[in-house]
Design a binder for this molecule. Structure first.
Ligand code: NAP
Length: 488
């Protein structure tokens, strides 16, 4: 596995701990070899001890133990080089060929692009020119990190570059949300149980709410976030993934393209929004000062690396409409934001109210609709909310919950999303990776919002107090349709 960006943050926090865990669990073979590439000058030994420090400090890995570390570290190498130096790729080719003989890597290669997106094209072109995408003796795959483009045009341009060098089945576009256990459990929940699927449609579902709330601000990543914003950072990728998994039809089997075909079909069924309609179906916001968990937070415009006049959205809420037989008339409300009251990611299915209530003392509008909430993080689990009678003489009705918690049922998680996805790539299973058509479809759906919000006639950006649930306009978006956001 060649990691372009071997000294970078993603490699430190996610890739190396995941690879070490896979090695500890004996999920990767003894000859597995890592080659880190970046400009910082370092010898192999220095790189190995740096990686060991990263493992020891990682949240998602147990501290290194000599029995696993020693054999694992013998397969770690480092090449100080510049990605833009075309001559480097000839050297890289020789180095990898030497590992084939020395470590038995058999011509198999994963090229992991853990670099700034602006470096992707150069690396891909150079790999192509050096003939390194060809599968002469083993398999060759490329993992490409998000963001995959920054709008529809750039995503298409990047796809063209990638397709000029790699076949689509060699390309693994990673979205770590899909590696989360609870996200995969959504498919099991839907398609391994007989009782939910029959009511998973417009006849029983009133609407769906998907929330990804963070209770932190941009911190030291202000400069990065200025270029991204909530639409690019969360909605185009993670939240569209969650939406497609909730809305997709049952695939014929769990084969990679069966699942990915169904997901793409959902994206194709979402009604595109025109720039003029943006104001009716979407709300953006930016955090102002406030308190989160008792701590005073600066406004977004006061964060390091952020322009004092920034109009970057740190909150977005959108109502999506899916035009197909299953979902016609069922809105999908999606919201995400930074510095909100709580950290919580969940998908909630809100069912239609009972058509007629026979309990006279409890009028229908006092009875809430049933809710099935799938909690992705933290406190992963599933809750079904329904009405029950309060004990006593009178007929008082109150919502109660049936609760399934991952932690208490199965114990702590044993593997991170990156572990799962790296292993899937190694065994050649792209089910949980993004396909070219879905990436472009998702961009085409968010493009009108990007266009509108970046234009001067998008109007001033609403602000919300840090520690709140977003701007008042987001509440109004649902209130117009007699609905409200769930209190999480
Ligand atoms: N960090 C995360 O948690 C995270 C999460 C999700 C996705 N991602 C994505 O992952 C990618 C990498 O992010 P990151 O946060 O790891 O970035 P980063 O910390 O800035 O790492 C960039 C790496 O590239 C190397 N590099 C830069 N220019 C180079 C050049 N011309 N030649 C050779 N090496 C060069 C840097 O090392 P030298 O300076 O030593 O050359 C460094 O190792 C991005 O696409 C990001 O969006 C990151």
């Amino acid at each position: 596995m060649v990691i372009f960006g071997g000294s970078g943050d993603l490699t430190r926090r996610k890739l190396v701990p995941a690879l070490y865990n896979l090695s500890r669990k004996r999920m990767i073979p003894g000859g597995f070899t890592i080659l880190g590439i970046s400009r910082s000058p370092m010898k192999d030994e220095e790189y190995r001890s740096r990686l060991r420090e990263w493992v020891d400090k990682a949240e998602e890995a147990a501290p290194s133990d000599p029995e696993t570390w020693e054999p694992f570290s013998q397969g770690i190498y480092y090449l100080p080089a510049n990605f833009h130096d075309a001559a480097m790729y000839a050297r890289l080719k020789e180095v990898l060929a030497a590992y084939d003989t020395r470590r038995g890597t058999g011509g198999n290669r994963i090229f992991y692009l853990a670099t700034a997106p602006s470096d992707y094209v150069d690396i891909i072109r150079n790999l192509g020119s050096a003939g390194m995408a060809r599968e002469d003796s083993g398999w060759v795959r490329a993992i490409i990190e998000k963001p995959f483009g920054r709008d529809l045009a750039s995503a298409r341009a990047l796809n063209r570059e990638v397709s000029a060098v790699f076949r689509e089945d060699q390309v693994y576009r990673i979205d770590h949300y899909l590696g989360k256990e609870t996200v995969q459990n959504l498919l099991v929940f839907r398609f391994a149980n007989g009782i939910f699927e029959p009511i998973w449609n417009r006849q029983y579902v009133d609407h769906v709410q998907i929330t990804a709330a963070e209770n932190i601000g941009v911190g030291t990543r202000g400069a990065y976030y200025e270029e991204a914003g909530a639409l690019r950072d969360m909605i185009q990728n993670h939240m569209m993934q969650l939406l497609t998994l909730v809305a997709m039809e049952p695939p014929p089997d769990f084969a990679p393209n069966s699942v990915r075909d169904e997901k793409a079909k959902v994206l194709r069924s979402i009604r595109p929004c025109t720039p003029e309609e943006v104001g009716q179906v979407a709300v953006r916001g930016q955090y102002g000062r406030g308190f989160v968990g008792g701590r005073e937070m600066p406004a977004y415009r006061e964060e390091q690396g952020v322009s004092p006049n920034s109009t970057t959205e740190t909150f977005a809420a959108i109502r999506f409409t899916i035009d197909n037989w299953r979902w016609a008339g069922v809105p999908f409300y999606v919201r995400t934001g930074k510095n909100l009251a709580k950290r919580a990611t969940e998908i909630a299915i809100l069912f239609r109210r009972t058509p007629h209530l026979i309990f006279r003392q409890a009028p229908t509008d006092h009875v809430e609709s049933n809710v099935l909430a799938l909690r992705i993080q933290p406190d992963e689990g599933i809750t079904l909310k329904f009405e029950a009678k309060l004990p006593g003489q009178s007929m008082n009705i109150r919502p109660v919950s049936m609760d399934f918690r991952y932690g208490s049922t199965f114990g702590p998680h044993l593997s991170s999303a990156y572990e799962r996805l790296l292993l899937d790539c190694m065994v050649g299973d792209p089910t949980l990776f993004d396909r070219i058509d879905s990436v472009e479809l998702a961009w085409s759906l968010v493009q009108p919002f990007l266009d509108r919000w970046s234009s001067t006639d998008g109007g001033p950006i609403p602000t919300y107090a840090s520690g709140s649930w977003g701007p008042a306009e987001a509440d109004a978006l649902l209130a117009r349709e007699n609905r409200r956001w769930r209190r999480l």
